[in-house]
Design a protein around this ligand. Structure first.
Ligand SMILES: Nc1ncnc2c1ncn2[C@@H]1O[C@H](COP(=O)(O)OP(=O)(O)OP(=O)(O)O)[C@@H](O)[C@H]1O
Length: 357
């Protein structure tokens, strides 16, 4: 099922929770709604689900307005942050529930329900726990039951609201892989809400970045991470170094340095901020480059697959963070306190007239 979200707005009193949201989700896509707390993700999901009504706008499922569809026709499956399993039912009965309560004329036979539930439980690797009750399961296991239960009724759309939010980091990672795999197997059009950028980047086909009730950017994980269109997206998706300065004739003047810009800012002049990802800062001892920034190594964190280097600029005393691979770090062999040169390999400039920085 494809989903079209057209010009959706929602107010709570005078508060604008959603403003003119337009978004098309293709059949079979897995889309993440990503944004900070209060950005409107859950409100949008609830409107798509029909649990909440919009003040303006329309939602279409396969080109049909959802307000003309009753709950059964929508065929939406849900998974919420808090498992919402029936405590007095076994795992098996929880998964079977949606099928058992179907009207008699469309209800599968007992044997068909049993086969379906067993298939789903084996898919989420919980077949050995079918006769347990929710209280006898870990949080991760409960969420897998919730996923199996949502899938049992063969929904056309799967909506997940922070499905792994209450779980610890390791279990979250494992369940992310589950979600991706289930999605690849079933190709159900799915939307999941998260405030965790890593989760969105890891799992989604496309990410919708939300801020203050509006969409900041829509794109593949690579697009939103490598080519943020707004300062907000830069800040929200990963670490970034800011170079506050002035733009003049295609150069950003910051501290005592001028950096020549690759993008089109030749016509603009005035205050501006340069954004550079930590892995786009090159550290060198070579003093030949005219646009180099002199900095002192402040700290080297060598934990994990990347080496993070904190640097203190000597011209304006601001701090920078660079990321090196283990090999680069080994070759450079930096010592805390030594002076080095820093060069931005890629720098994106935003001017405050366009965005509030
Ligand atoms: N029923 C309501 N009445 C009044 N305000 C509401 C209601 N529901 C949501 N809001 C407000 O709308 C804004 C958006 O809420 P929403 O739950 O959609 O955000 P969110 O991005 O999902 O945040 P979180 O990650 O914290 O769940 C918030 O400021 C919230 O306080």
């Amino acid at each position: 099922m494809s989903i079209q979200i057209r010009n959706i707005s929602k107010n709570f009193g005078s508060f604008k929770a959603l403003q003119n949201i337009d978004l098309t989700i293709k059949r079979g896509e897995l889309v993440a709604l990503l944004g900070p707390s209060g950005s409107g993700k859950t409100s949008l999901l609830r409107i798509i689900a029909g649990l909440e009504s919009a003040d303006e706008g329309t939602i279409l499922f396969d080109d049909r307005p959802t307000h003309s569809l009753d709950a059964n026709e929508r065929q939406v499956g849900f998974v919420f942050q808090h498992y919402a399993l029936f405590r007095h039912m076994t795992v098996f009965d929880n998964v079977a529930y949606g099928l058992k309560v179907r009207p008699r004329n469309v209800r599968p036979s007992k044997a068909e329900i049993k086969a379906k539930v067993e298939e789903l439980l084996s898919l989420v690797k919980l077949d050995h726990l079918a006769s347990r009750y929710p209280d006898q399961l870990s949080g991760g296991q409960k969420q897998r039951v919730a996923l199996a239960r949502a899938l049992a009724v063969e929904p056309k759309v799967l909506l997940l609201d922070e499905p792994f939010g209450a779980l610890d980091a390791k279990v979250r990672k494992e369940l992310r892989r589950w979600l991706r795999k289930l999605h690849d197997d079933f190709h159900i059009t799915s939307i999941f809400v998260t405030h965790d950028q890593e989760e969105a980047l890891d799992v989604a086909d496309r990410i919708v970045v939300m801020n203050e009730g509006a969409i900041e950017q829509i794109g593949s994980p690579e697009e939103v991470y490598d080519h943020p269109q707004t300062p907000f997206v830069y800040n929200f998706l990963g670490n970034v170094n800011l170079f506050h300065g002035r733009l003049e004739k295609g150069r950003l003047h910051h501290g005592s340095i001028q950096t020549t810009l690759s993008d089109n800012h030749l016509e603009t002049s005035g205050d501006a901020t340069g954004y550079v990802r930590p892995h786009d800062l090159k550290i060198t001892r070579n003093n030949e480059h005219t646009e180099r920034i002199l900095a002192r190594v402040f700290h080297v964190h060598a934990i994990g697959s990347v080496v993070r280097v904190e640097l203190n600029r000597l011209d304006n005393n601001e701090f920078l963070e660079a990321e090196l691979t283990k090999n680069e770090a080994r070759e450079l062999n930096l010592s805390v306190g030594e002076e080095v040169y820093v060069l931005p390999k890629q720098l994106k400039v935003f001017v405050p007239e366009d965005f509030s920085i």
